[in-house]
Design a protein around this ligand. Structure first.
Ligand code: B12
Length: 368
C-alpha cells in the first residue's frame, strides 16, 4: 500500500503513558463519538446508504487501530492506512466528508476524556490526519490491495475466483483434483492459486463489487477445499523434535495464511500444532509450556492486532523455559511495513509461506 504522503508522521510521537490513557479511556470515547455522529442532522448524507451499525463498527476498528499505532509509535502504518480507509468506505457509499467530521468528533472526545498532557499529544496525530484529507482523497485508489498473479497460473486462478464467487464447490474440487498430484504442486496451488484468489476476493470486497456475505461464502468454500486438498497428499513422516506451533494472533480472524504455512511445514517434515485463528495469548503460553516447540509462527493480518502479537512475543522471550524457541511473524500487515517484525521483537519474518519454510530450515540447521 502507498503512503498518503512522504512526510506524514515524521514529527509525531506519543508517550507510552498517553497511549495507555487513550486505550483505557477508549470505550468511553467510542461511545461519545458514536453519540456525536448519530445525533448529526446530516448523518445519512455522510453515511450514504449505510446503516449506523456500519459506522459503529468502523469507529470501533478505528479505536483499536489508533491505539496500536500510538503504542508502537508507528506512523508509517497510519500513513499507509489512510488511502485504504478512504477507498474502502467511499466504495461502500460513505461520503468523503465523513472522514474529517468523524476525526473532529474523536478530537472532541479525546479532549473530554484524556488529561490535558495526553490529549495534546494524541490530538497532534488527529490534526495530521485531518491535514491529510485532500491527499487521502487524491491517493485513495492506491489504497487497493492486490497481488500479482503468476502468468502460468492465471487461467486456473481466474477459474477459482469464479467458482468461489458462484459458490461452486464441485468446480473447486475439480480444479484442485486436476492441478494437485504431488507435494510440490500442493505448495504451488496454495501460493499461486489460493493466495491470489483470496486477495482478489478481498479486492472485490474493498471496491464494493461483492457483499460481505459473498466474501464469507468464498472463505468458507476455500476452507472446505483446503481441508480436502491436504488429505490428498500422503502424510510425510515428521521429525519428532522438529516441533512447530502455528497460529493467528489473538483477535486475528484471518487464518488461511497460517493454515497454508502449517500444511507446508508439515509437508517438509515438521511436527506441527496448528492452533487456528484468534488464539488468546494466555492459552498459547500454556500450550507452549506443554509442548516446547522449536518454532513459533505467528500470523497477523490486521494492524489493530499488533500490540497483542508483541505481548505474546515478549512473554515468550521473557520466559527462560523458551530460551531456544525461535519466533517468526508474518502476514499482510507484516509485509506492508519494513522492519515491523523487528519492532515486535520477533527473530525473523518471510513474505510468503515457501520463504518461511526455507527460514525455518535454516534456523533448524543453525541449531544442530
Ligand atoms: C477471508 C478474509 C476475511 C475473513 C477471514 C476468515 C478466515 N477464516 O480466515 C473474515 C470475513 C473473518 C475477515 C474479517 C475481516 N477482514 Co478480511 N479479508 C479476507 C481476505 C479476503 C482473504 C484473507 C486470506 O485468506 N488471504 C490469503 C492468505 C493465504 O494470504 P496471507 O494471509 O497474506 O498469507 C500469506 C503470507 O502473508 C504469509 N504469511 C501469513 N501468515 C504468516 C505467518 C508467518 C509466521 C510467516 C512467516 C508468513 C505468513 O504466507 C501466506 C502464504 O504465502 C483478505 C484479502 C487479502 N488481501 O488477504 C481480507 C482482508 C485481509 N480483510 C480486511 C478487513 C478490513 C477485515 C475486517 C476488518 C472487515 C470488517 N469490517 O469486519 C475484518 C477483521 C477481522 C479480524 N479481527 O481479524 C482487509 C485488511 C486491510 C488492511 N490493510 O488492514 C483485507 C486486506 C481486504 C481488503 N482488500 O481490504 N476477512
Amino acid at each position: 500500500m502507498q503512503r498518503v504522503s512522504d512526510d506524514f508522521g515524521k514529527n509525531l510521537s506519543v508517550s507510552a503513558s498517553a497511549a495507555m490513557e487513550y486505550e483505557s479511556q477508549g470505550e468511553k470515547m467510542l461511545k461519545r463519538v458514536n453519540e456525536l455522529m448519530a445525533a448529526r442532522e446530516d448523518i445519512s448524507e455522510l453515511l450514504g446508504m449505510n446503516p449506523l451499525y456500519i459506522m459503529y463498527d468502523n469507529n470501533s476498528n478505528h479505536l483499536q487501530f489508533i491505539s496500536n499505532v500510538i503504542k508502537l509509535n508507528d506512523y508509517d502504518l497510519l500513513a499507509k492506512s489512510l488511502p485504504w480507509v478512504y477507498k474502502t468506505y467511499t466504495s461502500r457509499d460513505f461520503s468523503v466528508e465523513f472522514f474529517p467530521e468523524v476525526l473532529k468528533a474523536w478530537m472532541k472526545a479525546i479532549d473530554e476524556f484524556l488529561t490535558p498532557e495526553s490529549a495534546a499529544q494524541v490530538i497532534e496525530v488527529y490534526l495530521e490526519m485531518l491535514d491529510s484529507h485532500n491527499a487521502a482523497v487524491e491517493h485513495a485508489q492506491e489504497g487497493l490491495i492486490q497481488m500479482k498473479v503468476d502468468e502460468d497460473w492465471k487461467a486456473i486462478e481466474r477459474q477459482t475466483v469464479l467458482a468461489l464467487l458462484t459458490g461452486d464447490y464441485k468446480k473447486l474440487r475439480e480444479i484442485a483434483n486436476r492441478e494437485i498430484n504431488s507435494e510440490k504442486l500442493l505448495a504451488d496451488f496454495y501460493l499461486k492459486v489460493v493466495q491470489p484468489a483470496m486477495y482478489e476476493i478481498g479486492y472485490l470486497w474493498q471496491t464494493g463489487e461483492i457483499s460481505i456475505a459473498e466474501e464469507h461464502l468464498a472463505t468458507s468454500l476455500m476452507n472446505r477445499l483446503m481441508a480436502s486438498t491436504y488429505s490428498m497428499i500422503e502424510t510425510v513422516p515428521s521429525h519428532p523434535r522438529r516441533k512447530a506451533v502455528v497460529l493467528s494472533s489473538q483477535n486475528e480472524y484471518h487464518e488461511l495464511g497460517a493454515r497454508i504455512l502449517a500444511d507446508l511445514l508439515e509437508l517438509s517434515g515438521w511436527n506441527v500444532s496448528y492452533l487456528g485463528a484468534n488464539t488468546p495469548v494466555s492459552e498459547v503460553l500454556k500450550h507452549l509450556k506443554k509442548n516446547l516447540p522449536f518454532l513459533l509462527a505467528i500470523s497477523v493480518t490486521m494492524s489493530f492486532n499488533l500490540d497483542l502479537t508483541k505481548k505474546l512475543i515478549q512473554s515468550v522471550h521473557n520466559d527462560s523455559d523458551f530460551k531456544r524457541m525461535r519466533i517468526m511473524v508474518g502476514g499482510l500487515v507484516i509485509n506492508e511495513s519494513e522492519d515491523l517484525w523487528k519492532r515486535l521483537g520477533a527473530d525473523g519474518t518471510a513474505e510468503s509461506a515457501d520463504e518461511a519454510i526455507e527460514l525455518a530450515k535454516q534456523w533448524w540447521k543453525e541449531r544442530e
